[in-house]
Unconditional design. Structure first.
Length: 295
């Protein structure tokens, strides 16, 4: 468990950096730049995580492509990533269609004005999906998975990375107005970032759903030996979800509305069930073909 504790400690230190360093950084930057306080805090947390990982990687034998999940040849990696991206888009579109058929989604009141606006929205959300896929998969299913699997085995790596993956999705964006900033605002920002954990039952369905998603991705990492398919699937799912968030809104007054989490109006019991079914299908799709000897 040493590897897991190291990564967990790195994440906790990154959160602590938000509480300690955001206010001093704001004092330095605010007179010259109009950066929101919460944005400075987010960048400090990310910077602390990157610096910590760069210091940790050589000691944990993670400073190579194979350990980070990029061991496949470049052409194969790109091919598998693109194939998984298409698969991710298709499977997420199916669940969005089910939501629509069940009357759980309605069109947003603020739809894009024209075709160019739609195209720009779709392109921007694709870039966001790819960025999220690369960053999260490199850290979780790349470095963290490798470190835990070496020490504690594949099953532990799948379970622990899935729990961490789910937990990170409940870090909220908490805003503090410039005129309200005080020397204690860094701590207030940290408290607001973690406020969702104060009511575990309210996020229980979303947490279980995201754990299942993480387990599916980690299992594919174990089957394929790299993170190409993980990045593609993750990016495709996020892409469709982000577009759906922009174009639709959850319906809260239907008998089946409980299927969508109140956390974000998307993940929840419906997506959890879909993830379990999809997980079995993806396992069969990515499982290596075992041919009989002499065959």
């Amino acid at each position: 468990m040493r590897a897991f504790v190291l990564f967990l400690g790195l994440m906790l230190l990154s959160l602590a950096a938000i509480g300690v360093f955001t206010y001093p950084a704001w004092l330095l930057l605010h007179p010259h730049f109009d950066f929101p306080f919460h944005r400075i805090g987010e960048r400090i947390g990310m910077l602390a995580l990157i610096i910590g990982f760069l210091l940790l990687a050589p000691r944990a034998r993670l400073a190579d492509k194979v350990s980070l999940g990029y061991g496949a040849p470049r052409r194969q990696f790109i091919r598998e990533l693109l194939k998984a991206l298409a698969l991710g888009v298709l499977t997420m579109l199916l669940v969005v269609a089910v939501m629509a058929v069940l009357g759980l989604l309605s069109w947003s009141d603020r739809l894009p004005a024209n075709g160019w606006s739609y195209a720009r929205l779709i392109a921007n959300r694709l870039l966001s999906g790819i960025a999220v896929g690369f960053i999260e998969e490199t850290l979780l299913r790349g470095a963290m998975y490798t470190a835990i699997a070496r020490e504690s085995g594949t099953r532990s790596a799948i379970v622990l990375t899935s729990i961490v993956y789910a937990a990170t999705h409940f870090f909220a964006s908490f805003h503090i107005a410039p005129e309200a900033v005080t020397p204690y605002s860094g701590l207030v920002l940290l408290q607001g970032t973690l406020h969702a954990f104060a009511d575990p039952l309210a996020i229980g369905d979303a947490f279980l759903c995201l754990c299942a998603v993480g387990a599916v991705l980690a299992t594919i990492r174990a089957l394929t030996g790299n993170i190409a398919a993980c990045i593609g699937l993750h990016a495709g799912w996020v892409w469709v979800m982000l577009v759906a968030h922009e174009l639709t809104r959850p319906v809260r007054d239907q008998p089946l509305s409980f299927l969508l989490s109140r956390f974000d109006g998307f993940v929840g019991w419906l997506v959890l069930g879909w993830t379990i079914v999809l997980g079995f299908a993806l396992y069969r799709f990515y499982a290596p073909v075992i041919r009989p000897r002499g065959g």
